[in-house]
Design a protein around this ligand. Sequence first.
Ligand code: TRP
Ligand code: ZN
Length: 888
Amino acid sequence: MKTEHAPTIRRIDYQPLAWTVQSVDLHFTLDAKATVVRNRMHCERRGAGPLVLMAEGLTRVSLTVDGVEVVETALRETDTGLEIDLGERDTALVEVVTQINPSANTELSGLYHSGGGLYTQCEAEGFRRITCFPDRPDVMARFTVTLEADMAAFPVLLSNGNLVDSGDLDGGRHFAIWEDPFPKPSYLFALVAGDLEVLERTEKTRSGREVLLQVWVEDGNLDRADHAMDSLVHSMRWDEKTFGLELDLDRYMIVAVSDFNMGAMENKGLNIFNAKFVLAKPDTATDVDYEHIESVVAHEYFHNWTGNRVTCQDWFQLTLKEGLTVFRDQQFSADMLAAAGGESARAVKRIEDVRVLRTAQFPEDAGPMAHPIRPDQYQAIDNFYTATVYEKGAEVIRMLHTLLGAEGFRNGMDLYFSYHDGQAVTCDDFVEAMSEANGVDLDQFMRWYSQRGTPRLLAEGRYDAAARQYTLTLTQQRPDGDEALHMPVALGLIGPDGADLPLMLAGDTAASPTTRVVELKDTTTTLVFEGVAAEPVPSLLRGFSAPVILELAEDDRRLAFRMAHDSDPFNRWDAAQRFMVRVVLAMTVDAAKGVLPQVPDAFITAFGALLHNEKLDAAYRAVALTLPAEAYLLEQMTPADPVALRRALIVLMRSIGERLGDSWLGLDARLSVAGEYRYHPTDAGRRALRNLGQRYLCAAGVAKGVERALARATGDAHMTDRFGALAALVHSPASAEAATALADFERRFAKDALVMDKWFAIQAGAWRWIDSAEPALARIEALMSHPAFSLSNPNKIYALFGAYFRANPAEFHRADGAGYRFWADRIRDLNKRNPQVASRMARVLENWRRFTPAQQALAREQIEALVGEKDLSPDVREVLEKALGKTD
Ligand code: TRP
Ligand code: ZN
């Protein structure tokens, strides 16, 4: 029923439906190949018009209204489902029976089969693949769900809410009845049926209610569920303490599944997770995995209030729940880190979040898929679960937090819930609550919701020694020439001795503390600081107080000075990044000309000073000494030349390893963590810095470093050390040692799908350190027939293909175009299996116009060939047509 050329859906066309569903009884007769769904909807009229039901790929068995079969004349089939003319009625009991085949559902949307079990994924529009329903977030119904299945094949039967009855049936079958007390949109419906094991804990909520927490996993994984459970308990406590928000159900379940399109899903009371964000034990998961699990568990848990209790009116409002919930999970992780590792650990989290924004969202916002955090139109909604909606959306919420303060923000949240609990609302409703609770006008702030593109902030400072004045001019530049934004800019001035100066603006009666938040509302703002005794060094946009690109002319000396002295840990890191970007880009220019790039001494000196600064925590030094991502560097190059960039980076990494080799080797021993593995930010920081040192040492081929890495990669280390060592060897000229370590890793983990994902990804992302090394593409093609690889598992696709397309630009953008041909073949194949995954992979070439003319021609050829094919899914078509500039 879905057409190939999806029509464009526009935000301004929003209309409430004529009919809503008050309550719904679902009865599932579950079977892997033929599941029968009986759906009874108690419908209520809200306006004039027919009952609109969405349906996709369903076999309809029967359809009745108030017990009578619907006559053909009252029924209209549409592109998205059907419409039923219900005459003069104001209420109706509509019953529809459908049959579906979960085993044939390779899209992993709706009800599907994975590892012997049955699972659902309904956001955004998967429920219509289960039954006919007004599948929109503004239709909130009370759900009662009966599950019936074979007891041996599906011993566990789960759905949303509370279990109200269960028991045995004839013929080796059994049933369970679940009732969700809260009305919810259909995208939050879930069911799970399978042979699963459970980790349980009971906790008391702040108000003293006892709740049952469960983590369900596939057989044999029970020893990997503890960290997810701990994370869930920490999330509960944090939301109670920070926002006064409690768990509202008696039971809360997390289920891990191996085949899943995204990270996880916040279905009411029954979160379903990609196993990768649940399962962890020291032997199989790295510190980074532990960190991600904690934040994804928190994210889905926080959705219970920001997303479920208050949901979105329509999908254009997606950032209402996603931006806000990402902000909440970022704050949670930062607080957790700070509680264990101090304020420096908090800064590391902020740095990591901004790194994600800059490498994923900035390029998106500069390319053909650029959209405001609240888009005005789309073809496939699945394409709009983007870095912009999520990460930039979170930055917009963070700016409100900065402008209003923690207390003001909390008051706004309280008011938001008091007005809108149980409703489906808009981003305007949220900002209005913030505005009303604080008596602050946020009309101009709303522009953040409608402007796309990353704004630039141009800064210029002038010191007048005679007047002891420092004048700072800040100018906003918006990409589409839009109206001025309301943005908070946190700033400080650093004196010649490296200490922050007290800040006194004209009109102030006393100097204020050393960081100050200035609110920009105009295109140009001029700030005059008084009583400035010597020329200061400005430190702008501290903590990355707004999602903009800061442009300020700073020479190497000044960057080195801020690397050494900026009191704001984020800006200190940023100074190092800016220095690195400058050095790498200059080296790339030489590499492109065929000249051997040189690393400036001043850079090694500043870099070494950070490395040797024992006052800085290891975790902080690890992020500060990590080179910017290639994607971020390519973004700053016109045309982007990944091959030359790679050559420059190899020289730079070698040089850091050679020239600071003794320091890295000495540090390695000093940083070793004694005792058993525990996930703790201080330990993790030490491991991160040690693994980084190993990368530089191996890159330079320092014999002692390579030897140590091989011992660690093949010894009995936990996964953080083992994988750190393996990565260092694979990214080095020591190809024999790398091969030994890869083979050892494969032997140990051949049966462990999640660990093998790491093994696939590291090879797909491998750089070529010596000319004789095998090109990544040849390796990837061979790995496609590895027994652990599977084209039907999204994690495998992201590991082997995603890592190649995204994390290995120099190999993907090969001069002969073989990378692009391989890409097109993968899209063709994935498009048939799983459009959501295909579309995410298709996006890796959306910025093809940024590359050299020769590469552009090769890429265009492949994109045009794909667009010319007629059985392209709407998801993939939208991405490719936008890439070619065919639609807006
Ligand atoms: N709402 C989910 C989250 O942010 C993500 C999500 C959206 C999703 N669509 C999905 C997950 C499809 C899996 C499949 O947590
Ligand atoms: Zn989310």
